[in-house]
Design a protein around this ligand. Structure first.
Ligand code: ADP
Length: 655
């Protein structure tokens, strides 16, 4: 009972979700279901009248009237059914993209910690698995709901038409079998047979749906791996070179075959399962039909009902049995679909916390975005840029040079552990980063440099301590407002299969001149001038035949251009140049240093030589800030971590 209650709750919640994603959809389903269910009954009812009229030798005028009414009503219901079906089909086409959008919206709104968490990945994967393996999820819910309501209407119409058969009382004089057929006992017997047939169908159908759900669950993992191989090893050109050079076709095929066999096993199981069900149900229904024919026929012979009514009652009862088993199947399928819906809601319920400035100021300082030199954040917003451009102002905001727009950041005793881990990724970090400064953060791999940046950009929140921007706890700013302050090039930055312009401007309405300028500044100018479509060239060949493939170094330059285009007051480079040799990395860092001009910048590298130009160096080790100073100061402290790293790297690159 408790399970039933929970299932009903999930189904109701799922219907509300459909109403949210696709407003009006459920109403259309209801309308379409009414007319689809009504259509056969209209014809059945009116043809009964014609038949009864013929038998009772009605006036030709009356017969003609019934024939015309049958045609007109049949046509009207048919037209209305088609009309609603058409509207529903249109809605159905839009439903899939809308479901995808709901999931991708959620994914992009999630707190970054959730995005990085394996749990989120597994949840997403489970939603996909249910969808790809058994077609379960929101779409299936819609189908089953449609089946449910249409069968419910069928039941309603058939009961209202057939009820008079069971209620009728006999006043004539007949004997033997006819007398029994005319008696209320026969009605009770027929009703019992109909219900028995329904319950047998319900039992067999329920078993079949549950069994096929279990079969699907068993094959999910194999299907996932098969799909993975197909998507990532076969249907992509990325693996094409390796497959050819190393002759990997056989191994890929063998692996795929193995997992494909598991899928085959499921399909064969489903076919056997369905055969058992349909066989069982068909046998019972055939028995019931003979019984119904006998019963209705005898009542007609006894003169209880007209000849035309025979058609009406037999038709209604057979519709009733169809409707009953359809309704039960839809209900069972809705319940088995709930596992997929639970996975869906678990994902949709993941927390989205940080939209607003979500803590109250302790110190009376509020989170208005005032930089230390009194310039407002509007200078970095699109409106600000536009206002400047319209006023014919020099292109300061576009060139990233000149005027110093300054923000100060301070880490106050910050400690942090990744969710679900015991080890401190950062421990007791206290560090003030002054406006206009160049700060280098150095340290070995795993020392906490990237985590420091993630906290700085508010992708995670400190477990202990506070981060201040111009003296105000950063949690008092809205995320959107706060993130305007940073341009970051992460080590694992991503470009998209969009045009160069959309990549650089990170938006749909790029400012062409600024895009070109940023690309030039990032050192991509020469390559750009060789592209016939210029900044409209699409990156990668995923969607555009004319798309270009770019090298690792070129990708880095485009990522740098994106950071320049954003023109935020604090610029962070988090080892985006790891694939380059030390000399090339040094060149990019110095060049960027020049372009960044008067802004604040943080450079991260595990190569100390790359950040020599920075006047302030923070050395991280094991999640702690172990040293701070200029290169000259640190390099002479022979006991320090910096000296150790410097000496090791100098040896490595010597000669
Ligand atoms: P660095 O940038 O200096 O190479 P990181 O900041 O990336 O170092 O990592 C610091 C520590 O945090 C490492 O021990 C690393 O394994 C751990 N770490 C990094 N990212 C995650 C994560 N998403 N989940 C759990 N631990 C992580």
């Amino acid at each position: 009972m408790k399970k039933m209650k929970q299932d009903i709750y999930v189904i109701i919640r799922s219907l509300k979700e459909i109403r949210r994603i696709s407003p009006g959809h459920l109403g259309l389903i209801l309308l379409q279901a009414v007319f689809t269910a009504l259509s056969p009954f209209v014809t059945l009812y009116l043809s009964t009248q014609i038949l009864n009229g013929i038998v009772n030798q009605a006036e030709p005028r009356q017969l003609f009237f019934y024939a015309a009414a049958t045609l007109t009503a049949g046509l009207a219901v048919h037209l209305l059914t088609s009309f609603f079906k058409h509207l529903l089909n249109q809605r159905q086409y839009r439903f899939w993209p809308a479901c995808r959008m709901a999931i991708s919206d959620k994914m992009m709104e999630l707190d970054y910690g959730e995005v990085e968490s394996p749990k989120t990945y597994q949840l997403r994967q489970r939603i996909e698995d249910y969808e790809n393996t058994g077609g379960e999820g929101l779409g299936n819910l819609l189908w089953q709901f449609q089946a449910l309501v249409s069968n419910a209407f069928t039941l309603g119409f058939s009961v209202s038409l057939a009820a008079s058969l069971f209620m009728a009382s006999y006043k004539g004089q007949v004997r033997g079998i006819l007398a029994f057929a005319a008696s209320p006992w026969a009605s009770v017997l027929l009703l019992a047979a109909i219900l028995l047939n329904g319950f047998v169908g319900m039992g067999l159908g329920g078993k079949m749906v549950k069994k096929s759900h279990i079969l699907m669950e068993e094959v999910i993992a194999a299907n996932r791996i098969y799909g993975y191989y197909l998507e990532n090893h076969v249907l992509t050109y990325h693996t094409g070179k390796d497959i050819r050079i190393y002759g990997q076709k056989a191994v890929v095929n063998e692996e795929m075959e193995e997992h494909y066999s598991a899928g085959k096993h499921m399909v064969e199981g489903q076919i056997r399962n369905e055969a058992k069900y349909t066989g069982g149900v068909a046998a019972f229904t055939a028995m019931l039909s003979s019984f119904v024919y006998l019963f209705v026929g005898l009542r007609a012979l006894a003169g209880m009902i007209g000849v035309g009514d025979v058609v009406l009652y037999i038709g209604s009862i057979s519709r009733f049995t169809e409707g009953f088993s359809g309704l039960v199947m839809a209900l069972t399928r809705l319940r088995t679909n709930n596992d997929a819906m639970r996975a869906y809601f678990e994902f949709m319920d993941l927390p989205v916390s940080g939209k607003g400035g979500n803590i109250q100021p302790e110190d009376g300082k509020t989170g208005s975005m005032e930089p230390v030199n009194g310039q407002s954040l509007q200078a970095y917003s699109a409106e600000g840029m536009q206002a400047k451009a319209q006023a014919g102002a020099p292109e300061q905001a576009q060139t990233c040079t000149g005027q110093k727009q300054q923000y100060e950041v301070e880490f106050c005793n910050v400690s942090f552990r990744y969710p679900g881990t015991e080890t401190w990724a950062l421990r007791h970090i206290s560090l003030k980063f002054r406006a206009g400064e160049r700060l280098a953060v150095v340290g070995q791999n795993g020392s906490g440099k990237t985590t420091f940046i993630k906290l700085l950009c508010r992708l995670y929140e400190p477990e202990e301590g506070r981060i201040l921007l111009n003296g105000v706890d950063i949690r008092q700013y809205t995320e959107e407002e706060y993130r305007k302050v940073f341009s970051v090039v992460f080590q694992d930055f991503q470009l998209f299969s969009f045009s160069l312009a959309q990549n650089v401007a990170a938006g749909m309405t790029p400012d062409g001149d600024r895009v070109s300028k940023s690309l030039e500044q990032a050192g991509f100018g020469e390559r750009l001038s060789g592209m016939p479509l210029g900044i409209l060239t699409c990156l990668y060949k995923d969607f555009e035949e004319s798309g270009v493939e770019i090298s690792g170094g070129e990708a880095q330059k485009i990522a740098l251009a994106r950071a320049l285009y954003k023109d935020a007051p604090i610029v962070v480079l988090d080892e985006p140049t790891a694939a380059l040799d030390p000399a090339a990395e040094y060149e990019i860092y110095s060049r960027f240093n020049e372009i960044v001009g008067g802004k604040s910048a943080i450079y991260i590298s595990h190569r100390l030589s790359s950040c020599r130009f920075c006047d302030d160096i923070a050395v991280f080790h094991g999640g702690e800030l172990v040293q701070r100073g200029t290169h000259e100061e640190l390099v002479v402290q022979e006991e320090g971590k910096y000296f150790e790293l410097w000496r090791a790297q100098a040896q490595h690159y010597a000669g």
